[in-house]
Write a protein that binds this ligand. Structure first.
Ligand code: ADP
Ligand code: MG
Length: 699
């Protein structure tokens, strides 16, 4: 190194040879500042270059071989620019000579002239002219440079900012000495009990693997390296998942240390409000759970999961009344104004027999109205306010917030839900979602909450029938719609776009409006989308509810929560534009009454095979869980809000799908650390090492 003291993991990258201010800036732009950041950039795959082959012994097969020799008889034929053309040569060792050809890499010629002694690593293929074997496009590693790439298992890196994979290999090799000074975030005891290697050793193995010498062991070792499943890989995945599981555990335990507003209720929750129907068995069970939660000394933190239409709203209403009766305030947050308004209506109905009158706070409240509501929330009175994310805005303060209800949680992040919770002093929390969360995700994204499930639909519902129809062949569909409407039914037609968009192959509402009006001339058509004024939206929705509008052309503003019993047909245009869970939500808008309901996916010819497969999956089941799992597999966890806030969609080393067992392990380890009073410091040390983890709430 020649620059004084030993290299330390937290030193800036400029301490490494060849990294000056320019490269420093380029690396900084991709989040690499310290030597350690570079060391955490692990190889994508490995190549086994441990055995050189003598040219006389070159095998007939096509597997890659490594030859060490001198390149001679270079012949370059350039064709155009950018290295196009052919380089031919031969490589010679003590045993013989072998022809070599490189296509479209004419820059190699100069490098080979400068340092002709090389390792070549590549495949043999017959020369098309004479059938003789030749090496084609082999990787070139000069023998005389101190590149750590020859005669060993070679790590292959992806490009990182301004550094090519090969340059990176050399730079990282020169940085390995910093590992001597690395402090392991896991204690030796813990590591030993879990059989995990130390972090320094882990990174050294990943960047400079040393295979065991013995034959069979060696082979399986090389294979696990190839599938990135060595103990070293597991160690990094463990650290990452421990950061996640640990911060969830921490949040949970912080909550349990808080003093909850005591909310006793001697009566059953369903006796507190006037119910227009009998509760389902599942609703009774969940109501009892929540009543027990509310009586504990620490705040409730419940995730209520129930498929669309399972009746979550009354559960929230019952919990709200229990809290109001104890003199505390309640805030109910919904993702859209439409849904907030609908909840406001439902709550008003359900609470009609109580002294409580719900308030409604959304972005379209007038100034005076807003001021009136804020004043009441600042008072000592047990108020119930329903609203959108307007509730978490600055200036909204509660005097006695006792319960926070977050509806359709998947539309919010952990951060937003925390923001509302923090407007009180340890209020109870009820989070509701219709998007079933696969178990592995539930453990991470919602692991700080206790789960309750509504696994029963109210009686008298018939499953929605789902079919695929072609746009080119939709006359029968529209005749069916006309009949359905004449029969008193109501129909949604959902578009992915409001207006035509040049780049996207998807139907838009406005492009289709005229056509619809012509085809359904007997029906009253309304239009609803997010660019309309709030009052207009509300007017149209109200008209649809009352039947003055029979066919509602809309965008996904109606996706969540909207509840119109008479709606029997849901037509989805360009369904391939939506995720499966989203389609499931849309389908859940119909089939709420006793009549047979339909969901129609209206597709174009020439949908991709993948899309066709997804649509078939959707038609074949109305099990929201299976759809969510499928969605997750097909689209990845990035689509699930909540996960992003935990950093779980940015996992670098672990996979929520592959590493279930590891995640479970991390959860129990986190609990153990918590009990031993060591979780906090472990999280801090993990966050120092893995900077991405710092953005996670609760960390
Ligand atoms: P979600 O779980 O999707 O939020 P809602 O709470 O909106 O479902 O309920 C869907 C519909 O079912 C509403 O019209 C509601 O009044 C009705 N409902 C809820 N519980 C019952 C029940 N036990 N019996 C009959 N209808 C019910
Ligand atoms: Mg709902």
């Amino acid at each position: 190194m020649g620059r004084g003291s030993a290299l330390h993991p937290t030193d800036p990258v400029t301490r490494l040879r060849g990294i000056g201010p320019r490269l420093e800036a380029g690396l900084g732009a991709v989040g690499i500042h310290r030597v350690l950041d570079l060391l955490l950039h692990v190889p994508r795959r490995y190549e086994d270059r441990t055995q050189t082959v003598r040219i006389v012994d070159v095998p007939a097969g096509r597997e890659p071989i490594l030859i060490r020799g001198v390149v001679r008889r270079l012949n370059v034929r350039r064709r155009g620019r950018r290295g196009r053309g052919l380089v031919q040569a031969e490589i010679v060792d003590a045993s013989g000579a072998l022809p070599v050809a490189w296509f479209n890499q004419t820059w190699l010629a100069q490098q080979l002239r400068r340092s002709p002694e090389v390792y070549l690593y590549g495949e043999l293929r017959p020369d098309p002219r004479d059938g003789q074997p030749q090496l084609v496009n082999p990787v070139v590693e000069p023998v005389d440079r101190d590149d750590p790439a020859a005669e060993r298992i070679v790590p292959i890196y992806g490009k990182l900012g301004p550094l090519s994979g090969r340059r990176l290999r050399r730079t990282i090799e020169s940085a390995l000495s910093a590992l001597d000074d690395l402090v392991d975030p896991l204690s030796p005891d813990l590591r030993l009990s879990l059989g995990l290697p130390g972090l320094g050793e882990t990174l050294r193995q990943l960047h400079h693997p040393n295979a065991p010498v013995s034959g069979s062991e060696r082979q399986s070792w090389i294979e696990s390296l190839g599938t990135l499943s060595t103990p070293a890989h597991r160690r990094l995945a463990f650290d990452e998942l421990l950061g996640l599981a640990g911060s969830v555990t921490r949040l949970r335990s912080l909550r349990r240390q808080q003093q909850a507003p005591p909310c006793r209720s001697r009566r059953r929750l369903d006796e507190l409000i006037r119910l227009p129907f009998e509760l389902t068995g599942a609703q009774v069970r969940v109501a009892r759970q929540i009543r027990d939660d509310l009586m504990r000394p620490f705040p409730m933190a419940r995730l209520l999961q129930g498929d669309v239409g399972s009746g979550k709203t009354v559960i929230a209403a019952m919990a709200a009344v229990a809290v109001l009766q104890n003199g505390y305030q309640v805030a109910v947050m919904a993702p859209t104004e439409l849904l907030a308004e609908q909840h406001h209506r439902s709550f008003r109905g359900l609470l009609a027999g109580t002294p409580h009158e719900p308030l409604l706070l959304t972005g379209s409240c007038g100034v005076a109205e807003r001021r009136r509501i804020l004043a009441r929330l600042c008072s000592n009175a047990p108020e119930l306010v329903i609203g959108t994310h307007a509730l978490v805005q600055e200036g909204v303060a509660f005097e006695r917030l006792g319960l926070v209800v977050v509806d359709e949680q998947h539309r919010f992040g952990v951060a937003q839900r925390q923001a509302l919770v923090e407007k009180g002093e340890g209020p109870h929390l009820l989070v509701m979602t219709a998007t079933p969360i696969p178990r592995s995700l539930a453990l991470t994204a919602y692991g700080d909450l206790d789960l309750a499930v509504l696994d029963e639909l109210p009686p008298g519902r018939r499953p929605v029938r789902t079919v695929v129809r072609r746009r080119s062949d939709s006359d029968r569909l529209w005749r069916f719609v006309a009949r359905e409407v004449a029969d008193g039914g109501r129909v949604y037609v959902v578009f992915p776009l409001i207006d035509a968009s040049g780049g996207l192959e998807a139907e838009s509402l406005h492009e289709n409006l005229e056509d619809m009006e012509r085809r359904l001339s007997g029906a009253r058509i309304g239009v609803l989308h997010g660019r309309m004024k709030r009052s207009e939206q509300e007017g149209v929705y109200e008209a649809f509810r009352q039947g003055r509008v029979q066919v509602l052309l809309s965008t996904t503003v109606i996706e969540v929560g909207v509840d119109v019993r008479e709606a029997t047909v849901m037509i989805i245009e360009s369904p391939q534009r939506f995720g499966l869970s989203q389609l499931h939500q849309l389908r859940g808008r119909v089939g709420r009454g006793a009549r047979q309901a339909w969901c129609v996916l209206l597709v174009d010819e020439g949908m991709s095979a993948m899309a066709t497969q997804r649509m078939q999956a959707f038609c074949s089941t109305d099990d929201g869980f299976r759809l969510a799992e499928a969605d997750l597999r097909l689209r990845g966890p990035g689509e699930m809000a909540g996960l992003r806030q935990w950093g779980a969609d940015g996992l670098r080393f672990a996979s929520i799908f592959r590493d279930h067992d590891l995640l479970e392990l991390c959860r129990s380890v986190a609990t153990r650390l918590q009990e031993a009073g060591k979780l906090e410091e472990t999280l801090v040390r993990l966050a120092e090492l893995y900077p991405a983890a710092r953005d996670v709430p609760g960390y």
